[in-house]
Design a protein around this ligand. Structure first.
Ligand code: GLY
Ligand code: MN
Ligand code: MN
Length: 439
């Protein structure tokens, strides 16, 4: 499929999912950084998935209850030479039709007066409350006006529903075009990790390694970091979402790098590697690394159709806890430690998440009590870790931790595609064997 067919196909599937409900999917808005400066624009993932249109403030309507030629409507910023000279090119109303294949397009300022007409006759309104502060008042006002008309016998939408039920199950399973984009994101990210490891030396600042990573993302044609890159030396690795990246990297300590690239199409890599700054593990670091790597490899083997995220997590937890018992860092039987969660001072997060247009991608993990079984085309991270932080107290009855183990933080994270056969590790260009981490 080419780019156009991909988006067209998604819209057709979404319209079918909607049944007789009308969906309002707004684009993202520019976000102020400070004063009159804005952050680089990041499109809303739902809007992007359905339109491929990369401008702020637009709104898409999906109207399965309307006749052919009126089912996909875009409201967009108008072309305006003065604004375009300051802020760049806009497609405008005609561009939305010619290049983005809207059935009809309007200037976005027409949205409030056009919305009522298009929602009329739909059974429900699909719109995400709480996320689009500029659009929401118009949606609620229009809906309220339509409800007034229902007392006069008009057929108007009676319920407001979040888009997740219709859209996020489509986004969870990736098509072949998306898989190639995710492969590209993982490849760029893996190459950047390799560069970062080869560039690391004692005495450098964490920020210099961040610069190596992010330069590499851009050099390879990526859009930039998918999320705030984490470069965490020594005890900073025990802070799960450390992003200060401003400490000195010391010999005999480890550095944990959790970073991924976002492609031009907004698909993300999310990779973590941990290695010795000076090129050689201490015996304690090596022992923990071996346990985390064994847990990660065992968990990756579970990325198969029919298995689920809970089983993958449990598999990782079993290997981690077994290893920690062997090292004397946990005490008790494997099953009771797991059942009582007595390992959580050393491993306090889940083993992975869906990956796609969002780094923590949309899609349910459970349906009621039942975990969602993995299917071909789903992509998830597998990212066990051990963090021997001084901040978390050791639970009663568990061994106190000797100084020599303290402040070791190790996570290993890969991006894995579910296939009919073997798990496909998209990020395998980033090396991770014990020997490869040393020099
Ligand atoms: N980088 C965030 C995560 O690994 O989930
Ligand atoms: Mn992750
Ligand atoms: Mn990560």
């Amino acid at each position: 499929m080419n780019n156009y067919q991909t988006y067209q196909h998604r819209r057709e599937r979404f319209l079918k999912e909607l049944g007789s409900s009308a969906a309002i999917i707004p684009a993202a808005e520019l976000v102020t950084h400070h004063a009159d400066c804005e952050y680089p624009f990041r499109q809303d993932s739902d809007f992007w998935y359905l339109t491929g249109f990369d401008e702020p403030e637009a709104i898409a309507l999906f109207l399965p209850h309307r006749p052919e030629g009126e089912k996909y409507i875009l409201f967009v910023l108008q072309k305006d030479t003065a604004t375009e000279i300051w802020s760049g090119f806009r497609w405008g109303v005609q561009g939305a039709i010619d290049h983005f294949h809207a059935d009809i397009a309007y200037p976005v300022c027409d949205f409030p007066k056009k919305l009522g007409e298009y929602l009329h006759g739909a059974e429900n309104i699909v719109f995400r409350i709480g996320k689009h502060p500029k659009v929401e008042p118009f949606v609620l006002k229009t809906w309220s006006e339509l409800l007034e008309r229902s007392s006069r016998g008009d057929f108007v939408p009676l319920a407001l529903t979040a888009p997740s039920a219709f859209l996020h199950k489509l986004r969870l399973k990736k098509d072949s075009w998306e898989i190639e984009r995710l492969r590209e994101a993982a490849l760029i990210s893996s190459n950047a990790h390799e560069k970062a490891r080869h560039s690391t030396l004692p005495g450098m600042n964490e920020r210099q390694i961040q610069a190596v990573l992010e330069k590499s993302f851009l050099d390879q044609g990526g859009r930039g970091p998918a999320y705030g890159s984490i470069v965490a030396g020594g005890k900073n690795a025990c802070i799960l979402h450390y992003t200060a990246n401003n400490a000195l990297l010391k010999d005999r300590e480890l550095v944990l790098i959790d970073a991924g690239c976002s492609t031009n199409d907004y698909y993300n890599g999310d990779i973590t590697r941990t290695f010795p700054i000076g090129g050689k593990f201490t015996s304690e670091q090596r022992a923990i690394y071996e346990v985390v790597l064994a847990a990660q490899n065992a968990a990756i083997e579970y990325v198969l159709p029919g298995k689920n995220a809970e089983e993958i997590h449990l598999q990782a937890v079993r290997i981690l806890v077994e290893g920690l018992i062997d090292l004397g860092l946990l005490k008790g039987s494997l099953d009771s430690l797991i059942e009582q969660g007595l390992y959580r001072h050393l491993y306090m997060h889940r083993t992975g998440h869906w990956l796609g247009l969002d780094v923590h991608d949309v899609g349910a993990y459970r349906l009621g009590e039942s975990p969602i079984p993995l299917e071909q085309g789903m992509v998830l991270t597998v990212e066990p870790g051990i963090y021997i932080s001084d901040l978390i107290p050791v639970p009663e009855g568990q061994p106190s931790i000797h100084e020599r183990w303290k402040n070791i933080g190790i996570r290993i994270e890969d991006d894995v595609l579910v296939t009919a056969a073997e798990p496909d590790v998209l990020s395998s260009n980033a090396l991770k064997s014990l020997d490869e981490m040393e020099r």
